[in-house]
Ligand binder design. Structure first.
Ligand code: SF4
Length: 374
């Protein structure tokens, strides 16, 4: 592979994986980005927690040309989960005989007055699981309890939740349900693209999510907003290549949606996984932390599977939501401020003592900024 335009590099890029960590190629891509950028302000946003970590880990912000800003958007599923959803999960944890199962980071996110981790300390049965199938096993092993899985995540995660619900139905498992806080990515992109306070020139599109969605759901960015997007992988060369392709399109004012992660993403996505999700879920309005309510951006369990919907199985009183005082996660998730501009960053709010979810999750912007701040 030789130095050239980003498209040349994209055309030449191929396995093995080591090629995507090649320092010389990374250096040449940085040079390409500098050569392409015209010196004026360009805001690029990634909307995937793994990209957030890659950009922080490899220090890419520090080697970008003047004016080119890499912003982190709503790509961390734990971070975008609204406080009222966390409060709802906490209320479910207080149902007598309930076992709440969820991913580790979710347990530590503060709700209005408690967290799932605090509820566990207080004696509620809250368990960390690695997949919804672990929660199914819990239901098998605890027939006298109600196992409620708190599902968070985007398009990459929802097929496994749908499969777990179908499996529970097939097994006539009566003590398993899902509290569904899932979200879909394109509506959030639309909300940010249309936000007059956040001027985004290009999106680094999520590699994992796109394995399911394919390229089509992003076309509106160009058709309605004339904003380019590049589906990007996660190795250093992947990320730099995505940035170079975006800068090229921004400078030429030739917006398009491109797939630079062809070894991972089929342009058409995964139709089987989408069919699975559509069988079990239907779109619904959802509230995102920082972005507020976004139409048709969440997933609701269909009536056919109502027996597995924790919100319909258990009527609970959810406390009045109170946002963490002084926390600017909402502005961080919209790309309006960098995490370091939050007055609490690194002082009152650290990964050991997090105040907001963006510092709790390992994929959160604040945690990534803190970890790789040097
Ligand atoms: Fe919230 Fe902490 Fe990030 Fe500030 S540094 S926005 S308090 S998570």
């Amino acid at each position: 592979m030789t130095q050239g335009t980003a498209k040349d590099v994209a055309a030449n890029a191929a396995p093995p994986l080591d090629a995507f960590r090649d320092p010389a190629l990374a250096r040449s891509l940085i040079d390409t980005i500098h050569a392409l950028a015209g010196g004026h302000a360009i805001n690029l946003m990634e909307v995937c927690g793994t990209h957030t970590v890659s950009i922080g880990r490899y220090g890419f912000r520090s080697v970008m040309p003047d004016g080119l800003r890499l912003l982190s958007g709503p790509g961390c599923p734990v971070c975008v989960t609204a406080n009222q959803d966390i409060d709802h999960a906490i209320a479910l944890a207080r149902v007598p005989g309930a076992i709440i199962a969820t991913f580790g980071d979710m347990m530590r996110v503060p709700g209005s007055t408690s967290s799932l981790a605090a509820e566990k300390v207080a004696g509620r049965d809250v368990r960390m699981v690695y997949s919804p199938l672990d929660a199914l096993s819990l239901a098998h092993d605890n027939p006298g309890s109600e196992v409620i899985f708190m599902g968070v995540g985007f398009e990459t995660t929802t097929p496994t939740i749908a499969a777990a619900i179908l499996e529970a139905q097939a097994q006539s498992l009566r003590n398993f349900s899902v509290f569904c806080a899932h979200k879909t990515t394109p509506p959030a992109l639309r909300a940010i693209a249309g936000d007059p306070h956040t001027h985004i020139d290009g999106f680094i599109l999520p590699g994992h999510v796109s394995t399911i969605t394919g390229i089509e759901p992003y076309r509106f960015l160009v058709d309605e907003f004339r904003i380019p997007g590049v589906i990007t992988g996660f190795e250093p060369v992947d990320v730099l290549e995505g940035i170079a392709m975006l800068v090229d399109m921004v400078e030429k004012n030739e917006p398009a949606i491109r797939n630079a992660y062809r070894r991972g993403v089929d342009t058409k996505g995964n139709a089987v996984a989408r069919a699975l999700v559509n069988q079990v879920f239907e779109p619904c309005d959802a509230i995102w932390r920082g972005l507020g309510p976004i139409p048709q951006s969440g997933l609701h369990i269909r009536d056919d599977f109502a027996a597995f919907d924790a919100t319909r199985r258990f009527e609970v009183e959810v406390e009045q939501t109170v946002e963490p005082q002084g926390c600017r996660c909402g502005d961080v998730l919209r790309g309006r401020i960098a995490p370091t501009q939050c007055p609490l960053f690194g002082r009152k709010c650290t990964p050991e003592v997090p105040i907001g979810p963006c510092m709790v999750s390992s994929e959160g912007s604040c945690a990534a900024y803190y970890r790789y701040r040097a």
